[in-house]
Design a protein around this ligand. Structure first.
Ligand code: IPE
Ligand code: IPE
Ligand code: MG
Length: 249
């Protein structure tokens, strides 16, 4: 039986988040500059997006550039940004053909004007697509997002649009960048690192974490299938006992 056939389609995660890591090490392994790794990472994004959409996953969120990544050498940041925006432009017809909507989370206003404009253009051009939402986390960090959320809630309280008693975790979630999405059930990180690196801290409260040694540019459909199969073998208890979970099956 192929890996794909081992996936229970009625138990698919609705939302998969990925920390795409290992591009630099992949390039080094091939005796090339880091940017060569980023270039080859685009193929992995394309394959993973296609695989997720084919299965019926509704939301795929990929960490493309963190707030902290601005601290990398300028030439890497510039090359990475150029690559991101060129890829987005190039992939727009495919996104439309596959009925995939592009979305972005993060401090996207901090992108260079030209990059920002291209991003918005593609977001608008794919806005009516409804098979799957592909979200790029760009200039994103969870602490940035949480601080922005606190500010926007505080602002509403100051303007008497909200009472202190109204604040609960649903309200908080509804002010996050990810307000329109369910929390990810599965978080994948490639390249063998086992950390979150400031990604979706609030939203992954109960996500299943999956770490693989595969470097991001090598990640293909089969790697996604393996992660989903692993996810489906887990018992998600949400604080309850195993007996309680089994009784409701
Ligand atoms: C992930 O690969 C891509 C980004 C963070 C933009 P890295 O560039 O972090 O690659 P490594 O971790 O140095 O191998
Ligand atoms: C996390 O990867 C950010 C992205 C994948 C965009 P990093 O490579 O920047 O993370 P650290 O520095 O190893 O934690
Ligand atoms: Mg890295």
């Amino acid at each position: 039986m192929s890996l794909k056939d081992q996936i229970y389609l009625d138990k698919l995660p609705q939302h998969i988040a990925i920390i795409m890591d290992g591009n630099g090490r992949w390039a080094k392994m091939h005796g090339k500059q880091r940017i060569f790794g980023h270039q080859n990472g685009v193929t992995a994004v394309r394959e993973t997006t296609e695989a997720a959409a084919e299965l019926g996953v509704k939301f795929l969120t990929v960490y493309a550039f963190s707030t902290e990544n601005w601290n990398r050498p300028k030439f890497e940041v510039d090359a990475l940004m150029r690559l991101l925006v060129e890829s987005i432009e190039k992939e727009t017809p495919t996104l439309n053909k596959n009925n995939i909507r592009l979305n972005a989370i993060g401090d996207i206003k901090s992108l260079h004007k030209k990059n920002y404009n291209q991003l918005i253009k593609t977001i608008k051009a794919t806005a009516d697509n409804d098979r799957m939402t592909l979200t790029l986390a760009l200039s994103y960090s969870a602490r940035w997002e949480i601080v922005e959320t606190v500010k926007s809630i505080a602002e509403r309280i100051k303007n008497n649009q909200l009472n202190l008693a109204d604040i609960d975790h649903q309200l908080f979630s509804s002010h996050l960048n990810t307000a329109s999405m369910p929390d990810p059930e599965l978080l994948i990180r490639t390249s063998g690192e086992r950390r979150i690196s400031n990604f979706l801290l609030w939203q992954i409260a109960y996500a299943e974490l999956y770490f693989t040694q595969t470097l991001w540019p090598d990640f293909r459909k089969e790697d996604l299938y393996e992660a989903i199969i692993d996810y489906q073998s887990r018992e998600r208890r949400f604080g309850k006992t195993s007996e309680q979970i089994l009784k409701h099956k």
